[in-house]
Design a binder for this molecule. Structure first.
Ligand SMILES: [Zn+2]
Length: 681
């Protein structure tokens, strides 16, 4: 267990606040001159459409912008607060990356998705654009170096996770930065009405106060009308009237058929759906364990599948994602961790075997099918037990307040934080160990941690994988002075210098397995060499690590004295319950076009029947057809034995009629189902 402020390597005796303050004062005096130079040379000209197009062509190779990209870019480029609503795949990142390059200074991008952040930084660097990121899990030194590079090092795009916005170090450095504009990605996270509210997003308002002259660009791929209004309110400098330019792309997806399929035996139906289709597919499930189970099931049925969830190590995730992307693997079975930042155009089918807990989440995940505009399907497998499961999630996500207080107290025993102390400390969080020690269940613990985070007592950051990082502590010219380097140490330094630039000025991510392979060592042996060099202060080596963190954002209270206000508990719970109701009613409403139901939810009132969803293409099986299907089923079950549901398929009945007959018999309790086995009551 490690106690620290920003730096997991820091010893507990060091005072973290003092470190931050020291870092700030040194650089604030040092860089003040260069700032003034910056500001005098700015505002000479504001970029024109031609400038933007030239940048687009130079870095991305496109001739022109798509959809509302141009409107958004021109709006933010001319200094207006701007809100862009673009569905996933609409080319959101171009709308801030292009104007960021056209203007002087740093574009600060706030986004909660650390994996996506790292991915974009890597991608931008490949294009030759100077980008950097700050998030939980970096050391204090790394953050300091990055921020100083922003103040005068020519960084154009700085990604920041919202938790970092509150740190004094960040605020002070931001004050010295020449900022072109602030981008708020996933802007719906700022709204308490949204499905993904993150209290740390409210800190963006403070950031705006530091840079009142800097415009803000808010982007989201999912927002109900209420949330759109709330985003503007929360981001505005003066509460009302909000002066945002709002650009909206229709969320309609003409090539995507939304289908809700009633399914009593989801496993069999899933296999059948995939057997009778071709092309790339994603199957979404609720839990990590289930992702593996379902992938196994598919493989047993000769369907080429793998699984993906946040708990896998990054190499495995990478390999699987690439295999799927390159069609070496057809089906990806995944939790909701899969999809962000993945842009595979030819996904033909997205199947939800478990129901997500909001239409926002459903729409985003379903929307990963058919980006290439060709006919595709988004299928939700649903039955009556889903409704009960969805209702249960309300209690899981909002355990009672006594329980939340108990978890808070147990955390303090776990980390030995006394009442009145702990403020600013960060701990690694091992949920299994915690649950074993205090006899908790992970689901409720996570819920309690999230609520405590929303109350502002702690900040819980989900597990993030940090790649290994290295920076040299000696100058390039000091290498020849080094004595007694072993052959391996020497070789490792050479491999580093050959493959990574900028190691003298900044921490760089390195690929340990690549380096191991280059020197011809195993991974643990390579580690050993790194540690030896670290000990001699030749370089600073931070091994890769995957871990969630808990930070005490306030000093520890007595659990009984915690204030859990309605705005983070009762109101949130109510909204969550409403979203659950909405998705249940979507699944059960089989008389309004699915596409229209979804678009209406997102505020598009005027839409037409899509003609391809299950409602639009539905035909009721004739009564006598249903009746004869019922008779066939009853005849089969008449022997009073249990029959696997698959046997029904061998009856050669029309599919829809069979489903309806089954549904009716179960509803009337004439027959019953136990797992995949049917029997007569
Ligand atoms: Zn329709």
């Amino acid at each position: 267990m490690i106690i620290s402020c920003d730096d997991p390597e820091l010893s507990p005796s060091q005072e973290p606040d003092a470190l931050e303050a020291e870092g700030c004062s040194v650089s604030s005096t040092y860089y003040s001159e260069s700032i003034e130079q910056h500001s005098t040379s700015s505002e000479l000209h504001s970029p024109t459409l031609r400038d933007y197009q030239a940048i687009l062509k130079k870095y991305w190779g496109y001739d022109d912008f798509r959809g509302i990209q141009r409107d958004i870019i021109e709006s933010i480029g001319s200094g207006h607060d701007t809100l862009g609503l673009m569905p996933t795949g609409g080319g959101k990142s171009i709308t801030f990356q292009v104007p960021a390059l056209a203007q002087e200074g740093v574009c600060v991008v706030i986004t909660p998705l650390i994996a996506l952040m790292k991915d974009q930084v890597m991608h931008l660097k490949k294009l030759g654009i100077r980008a950097a990121a700050i998030y939980a899990g970096l050391t204090h030194e790394e953050i300091l170096v990055t921020l100083e590079n922003c103040v005068f090092g020519g960084i154009k795009i700085l990604y920041v996770s919202p938790e970092r916005l509150g740190s004094d170090l960040f605020k002070v450095k931001l004050g010295h930065m020449k900022v072109s504009f602030i981008t708020v990605d996933e802007a719906h996270c700022i709204s308490q009405w949204g499905y993904d509210f993150r209290p740390s997003y409210l800190k963006i308002a403070d950031i705006r106060k530091i840079k009142p002259e800097v415009p803000v660009l808010a982007l989201t791929a999912t927002a109900t009308p209420q949330v759109v209004e709330d985003i503007q309110d929360k981001l505005s400098l003066n509460p009302k009237p909000a002066s945002f330019n709002v650009f909206r792309m229709s969320f309609e997806r003409k090539n995507l058929a939304y289908i809700v399929q009633t399914s009593t035996d989801k496993h069999t139906d899933l296999v059948e759906l995939l057997e009778h289709s071709i092309g790339s597919a994603i199957v979404y499930v609720r839990s990590r364990r289930r992702s593996k189970e379902i992938a196994d099931l598919l493989n047993e049925n000769n369907l080429n599948a793998t699984f993906y969830h946040a708990g896998l190590d990054s190499t495995t995730k990478d390999v699987r994602q690439k295999d799927w992307q390159a069609d070496r693997i057809r089906i990806m079975v995944a939790t909701n961790a899969f999809g962000m930042g993945i842009d595979k155009p030819d996904v033909r089918m997205v199947i939800h075997i478990d129901c997500p807990d909001s239409l926002e989440a459903y729409f985003q995940e379903a929307g990963r099918a058919g980006r290439d505009g060709r006919p595709s399907k988004a299928i939700l497998l649903y039955n009556n037990s889903d409704e009960r499961k969805l209702q249960k999630r309300i209690a899981d996500n909002y355990p009672d307040k006594e329980y939340i207080r108990k978890v808070y107290d147990h955390l303090a025993y776990f980390y030995q934080v006394g009442i009145g102390s702990g403020a600013g400390y960060t701990f690694e969080f091992d949920v299994d160990k915690f649950c074993r020690a205090f006899k908790h269940f992970p689901i409720q613990v996570y819920s309690a941690l999230n609520i405590l985070t929303n109350c502002g007592y702690i900040s819980y950051t989900e597990e993030t994988e940090n790649k290994a990082r290295v920076m040299f502590l000696i100058g390039r010219n000091d290498f020849y002075k080094l004595e007694n380097l072993t052959e391996l140490e020497n070789e490792l330094i050479i491999v580093l210098l050959r493959n990574y630039g900028g190691l003298f000025t900044d921490y760089n991510y390195i690929d340990e397995s690549f380096i191991a392979q280059q020197i011809g060592l195993t991974l643990p042996q390579t580690y050993f060499v790194f540690q030896a060099l670290d000990k001699r202060h030749i370089l600073h080596f931070i091994p890769s690590k995957k871990t969630p963190y808990i930070t005490y954002t306030q000093r520890r209270e007595d659990g009984d004295k915690l204030i859990i206000p309605p705005v983070v508990y009762e109101e949130r719970k109510q909204q969550y319950a409403e979203r659950i109701e909405q998705i249940i009613s979507y699944a059960k409403n089989s008389h309004i076009c699915r596409s229209r139901q979804l678009l209406k939810y997102f505020g598009e009132e005027k839409s037409t029947d899509c003609g391809i969803c299950d409602v639009c293409t539905n035909f009721e099986p004739a009564d006598d057809e249903k009746k004869s299907a019922e008779e066939c089923i009853l005849a089969l079950l008449n022997d009073r034995q249990k029959h696997h549901i698959r046997e029904l398929r061998q009856l050669n009945l029309e599919r829809k009629a069979l489903d309806k007959a089954l549904e009716h018999l179960l509803y009337e309790e004439i027959i019953s189902i136990d797992g995949a086995y049917l029997s007569m009551e």
